[in-house]
Design a protein around this ligand. Structure first.
Ligand code: ZN
Ligand code: ZN
Length: 350
């Protein structure tokens, strides 16, 4: 089988031809039809995240081991199954839930495998989807796709799931103002999910007019270009000077976090999602005085993904896949993503 692997951080991925694994017990071998290229793959490739004070947080200090085949947004067709697999058979079209845990820690026991204390995520802690085949450790991590196409469903496993969980966590009510920061793959999916499940007024901010135009098409009520206008004033103007009840920040960096705090109304909810890095200086008396709430959201539960696939089937959410690459073009794909050349999602189609 062909795969593109990170052998050493900050070095080009290496294309390798390795033996095809034979699934045992509960394992399932899936022939990959689409594998999304996620921004977090760039963090793996670069070896980490920028944390507070410009301190680099290495992924290898958090349990990632190279060489690794990245790719955690994978859909495909079952090629072979272990002898104990039930409910699934060869030829089934499936989406893979990649946020696998150790099944033992308190998060896993509570159904939150994506927040496992010792995660085993496909494409991060074990080999993922930058390949033509992938071995899934247990059939319980599969979701049947039926009539949804492989390309648009792949990104549901990560950006879609993260967008879905963050909008669910926002508890945005009808009539409330929900501000989304960032109109990339996540933000564009979040606009549609928010439109489908919240009935709130949706404002989206970005620095790119092309992305904002797309967001408007997908259901945003207002768009703000935070380069060409003052984002705080713009949100206040749209909310009678009061600010927004809810803000979901898909960028979450030095610039967006202070803006978010400023535009939040009293008792507002601020959900941090992006991993762009940086730190936030918080004026501490403001937290009690304005009684706002800050929380984080990272991917989501298996059941959330099942719900999202259901919503996708019913509402025909539009997962924007704008570019296709071959596995052999893995380095080019990551370069293009890094240089912001991709609107929506890009996928590998082996
Ligand atoms: Zn991802
Ligand atoms: Zn766990």
């Amino acid at each position: 089988m062909i795969c593109a692997r990170i052998v050493k951080s900050n070095n080009p991925l290496v294309i390798e031809d390795i033996p095809v694994p034979k699934p045992k017990n509960f394992e399932v071998l899936v022939r990959i039809k689409a594998a999304g290229i996620c921004h977090s793959d760039l963090h793996l490739y670069e070896g980490g995240y920028m944390g507070a004070g410009g301190k680099f947080m290495k992924v290898e200090d958090r349990g990632v081991k190279f060489p690794l085949t990245p790719g955690h947004e994978v859909s495909g067709v079952i090629e072979d199954i272990g002898e104990s697999v039930k409910h699934y058979q060869k030829g089934d079209k499936v989406l893979i839930y990649p946020w696998i845990g150790d099944e033992f820690c308190h998060s896993c026991k509570d159904g939150n495998e994506h927040l496992c204390e010792s995660p085993k995520t496909l494409g991060i802690y074990q080999d993922g989807g930058y390949a033509d085949l992938i071995l899934v450790p247990n059939y319980k991590y599969l979701i049947k796709l039926e009539d949804i196409d492989f390309n648009s469903s792949a990104a549901l496993a990560c950006s879609g799931l993260t967008a879905y969980t963050s909008i669910k966590k926002s508890l945005a009510m009808p009539g409330e103002t929900l501000v989304l920061i960032g109109a990339g793959g996540l933000g564009l999916m979040a606009v549609q999910i928010a439109k489908a499940i919240t009935n709130s007024n949706i404002i989206i901010m970005d620095v790119d007019d092309e992305k904002l135009k797309e967001a408007k098409k997908l259901g945003a009520d207002f768009t703000i270009n935070s380069l060409s206008s003052d984002p705080v004033k713009a949100v206040k103007d749209l909310t009678n000077g009061k600010g927004c009840e809810v803000l979901v920040d898909f960028v979450n960096n030095n610039q967006t976090a202070p803006t978010a705090i400023e535009v939040l109304r009293k008792r507002g909810r601020y959900i941090m999602v992006g991993l762009f890095g940086g730190s936030l200086e918080l004026n501490l008396p403001l937290v009690p005085l304005r009684a706002f709430n800050i929380t984080g959201a990272y991917t989501g539960r298996y059941n959330d993904l099942v719900e999202l696939v259901g919503l996708f089937k019913k509402r025909k959410l539009n997962s924007i896949v704008s570019r296709h690459y071959k596995i052999e073009e893995a380095n080019q794909a990551l370069e293009d993503l890094k240089n912001r050349k991709i609107v929506g999602r890009a996928v590998f189609t082996p």
